[in-house]
Ligand binder design. Structure first.
Ligand code: SF4
Ligand code: SF4
Ligand code: SF4
Length: 323
């Protein structure tokens, strides 16, 4: 796939369809694959990477890239296309300045799951018929591919691209996903158990802001958390109230706009399952206002942006004080 993508990018650069390409390049480690912009064939040939660790969604980078002169080629996985559509809907990207090639999605690998097996000093990872052959400084290791996939891929909601100019590979379908299973488990806990669960998770937060910075729904020019008068600007939370509030405020800000791309959980250095908080909002919005998938199209109004006389009044759907 990587070679085909490089060849396609070279062709589109050569015939003038695009002026640059957003893709990925390798960082310090083999599994450290990071978004990058390429302007020449030489750069593409030297550094463009697409492999089992290439999971970063480049949609958010297009907020800035699509406002520059010329046209940029973006390779989007199915989940990424929902983010891009949502950004179009919010007038955050210039659609005509992006040439989209839909590429097949994952599953993609989660290096943390490999390291959790006690495998360290990793030099290379090869997928041989869904067995990972891992080369380390201490010797060779093996593990099943499906034990190392990202959580966002194990509960994938769609293999279908909702926007593209061109497709590489077969188009997929919207899937019957199990993505609300864990949310239901949390709902079935008592209020105290649920509170304990979230306190345990959120107390690990170091306020690195990676979840906010990677989130395609968090594109405000001036984020509320960057306000120097807020008292919580870019610092480690000083108490549990701040820890909770950062996440609760962010979850409310992206409610109805979160496409469930899973990037927030993927980048969290503390492995906090942030997607569960956002999925709870998605599940509730579906229950209160009817099924809605953010990013499915570029025109429909989000339930929270549209007032209907028969909207349910969520304040009286559940009796207060009743679990
Ligand atoms: S990425 Fe994780 S540690 Fe960083 S601010 Fe978000 S929740 Fe906290
Ligand atoms: S909140 Fe998380 S899952 Fe939702 S759009 Fe942002 S990064 Fe994606
Ligand atoms: S946390 Fe809220 S204010 Fe900050 S970028 Fe996200 S949506 Fe915007």
């Amino acid at each position: 796939m990587q070679e085909a993508m490089i060849n396609k990018a070279k062709q589109l650069l050569a015939d003038g369809t695009v002026d640059r390409v957003i893709g990925w390049k390798r960082g310090e480690f083999v599994y450290d694959i990071t978004p990058a912009v390429f302007e020449t064939v030489e750069e593409l040939e030297a550094n463009f990477v697409y492999d089992d660790f290439t999971s970063a969604n480049v949609s958010k980078y297009l907020v800035k890239e699509s406002r520059k002169e010329g046209r940029i080629l973006a390779f989007l996985k199915p989940c990424d296309t929902y983010s891009f559509n949502q950004l179009i809907k919010e007038h955050r990207v210039v659609r005509e300045n992006v040439y989209i090639i839909g590429i097949p999605g994952g599953p993609k690998l989660d290096i943390e799951k490999i390291k959790a097996k006690g495998i360290t000093g990793i030099l290379g990872v090869k997928n041989e018929n869904y067995t990972l052959e891992i080369d380390t400084v201490y010797g060779k290791e093996n593990m099943p591919f499906y034990e190392a996939i990202l959580d966002k891929c194990s509960s994938c909601k769609s293999k279908k691209h909702v926007i593209y100019d061109e497709l590489m590979g077969e188009e997929g379908d919207v899937l019957d996903s199990n993505r609300f299973d864990m949310v239901e488990k949390l709902e079935n806990m008592t209020a105290q158990e649920r509170f304990n669960f979230w306190r345990e998770q959120l107390s690990k937060c170091i306020r690195c802001n990676a979840c906010r910075n990677v989130c395609p729904a968090c594109t405000c020019e001036k984020c509320v958390f960057d306000n120097p008068d807020s008292g919580i600007e870019n610092k480690a939370p000083s108490d549990s109230f701040e820890e909770n509030m950062f996440h609760i405020i962010r979850a409310f800000h992206v409610a109805g706009r979160c496409t469930d791309c899973g990037e927030c959980s993927r980048v969290c250095p503390q492995n906090i399952p942030l997607h569960l908080l956002n999925r709870k909002f998605i599940k509730d919005i579906n229950a209160f206002y009817g099924e809605y998938q953010a990013g499915e199209d570029t025109v429909s109004l989000a339930p929270l942006n549209e007032y209907k006389q028969d909207d349910c009044e969520t304040g009286i759907v559940h009796e207060r004080g009743v679990e």
